[in-house]
Design a protein around this ligand. Structure first.
Ligand code: DGY
Length: 321
């Protein structure tokens, strides 16, 4: 008998086909995520779960679904999974690093550019018939080339953004991370290590790429925003909960920083109404890795991990032993 697995979100047809060749698949192809109760009910008797960032795997859920042996998420972030609880119960967890690095860095840089150069504001104005004439300071934004690019969280995506800034735009790269990069990696990226406060003070454009955890929750709040330059921009492509959105909205409203570009939100898909009314913020709906080739690569990797995990082979990208 094939092991039973839940595919909790709509996935590429070839991936569902591959999983069906190995498993007895319970497929939820709906556009909306399963409600927590429904997720719990459908995980009963399943050996594996193919999920995305929208399904929460908590200790309580694991205790209610004791047959679960593997949780494979189609995402690099795994803050929706209680990894310690999974490890303690012998549940294998995998994510999808690497395959989305460059695509997510592209979106991060696009957001930085759109934010610094007021592109959304310009488009809204044009569509609303507000473009009357050329004038010298019309929609004048912030310089990008040659400025200081600050990166908070220097993992794979942070380094990919650093390369774009340094080699594409002649920016000076500064960063802060829990652990400092080896000297040769710093030299290759031309990256200066700074304390978090110093990074906030020096960055012309600050990009947040750190993982979300209890430690990074609201790590950009009023005190941190107060250290930033009034001309600075802030870009968040990590997780919404890293930023105190009320404090950010106040800083943007009072022009204590110039602008922000946000791809992630604390209560997504709900967006803090204070952000929606501000002209100096560019908002995108969590599309960092959203190109078809990258999303297919992520889906394939998550499926390959599930097949390996449930056929006693080592998963490709495990998060726990
Ligand atoms: C990721 O892969 O973590 C993206 O944010 C999508 O969830």
């Amino acid at each position: 008998m094939k092991p039973k697995v839940l595919v909790a979100r709509r996935a590429p047809a070839e991936v569902v086909e591959k999983l069906s060749a190995h498993f007895d698949v319970d497929y939820h192809p709906g556009e909306a995520p399963l409600a927590p109760d429904e997720l719990r009910a459908r995980l009963q008797g399943k050996a594996g779960a193919y999920i995305t960032g929208t399904e929460r795997i908590s200790a309580e859920l694991l205790d209610a679904c004791t047959g679960l042996k593997a949780v494979c998420t189609m995402s690099v972030g795994y803050n929706h999974i209680d990894l310690a609880a999974c490890t303690a119960r012998g549940v294998l967890v995998t994510n999808t690093p690497d395959v989305l690095t460059e695509t997510t860095a592209d979106l991060g840089f696009a957001l930085l550019m759109a934010t610094a150069r007021r592109m959304s504001e310009g488009e809204r104005l044009l569509r609303d018939g507000g473009w009357k004439s050329w004038s010298w300071d019309f929609l004048a934004g912030q310089e990008v080339h040659g400025t200081t690019l600050g990166i908070l969280g220097m993992g794979r995506i942070g380094q990919a953004i650093a390369r774009r800034g340094r080699f594409g735009f002649g920016m000076q790269v500064a960063y802060h991370n829990r652990s400092r990069l080896p000297a040769d990696a710093e030299a290759e990226l031309g990256a200066r290590y700074l304390s978090k406060d110093e990074l906030l003070r020096q960055a012309d454009h600050l990009v947040l790429v750190l993982p979300y955890s209890a430690e990074s929750h609201h790590c950009i709040a009023a005190a941190e925003l107060a250290l930033m330059k009034p001309t600075a921009t802030l870009v968040n492509i990590a997780r919404g909960g890293i930023v105190d959105e009320d404090a950010l909205a106040a800083a943007l409203r009072e022009q204590r920083i110039a602008a922000a570009g946000l791809d992630v939100f604390e209560g997504e898909p709900r967006v803090n109404p204070a952000l929606l009314t501000l002209p100096n913020v560019v908002l995108t709906p969590h599309i960092g890795s959203a190109t078809l080739p990258t999303r297919i690569a992520m889906a394939q990797l998550a499926a390959d991990n599930l097949v390996a995990a449930l056929t006693s082979r080592p998963p490709l990208t495990p998060l726990n032993p």
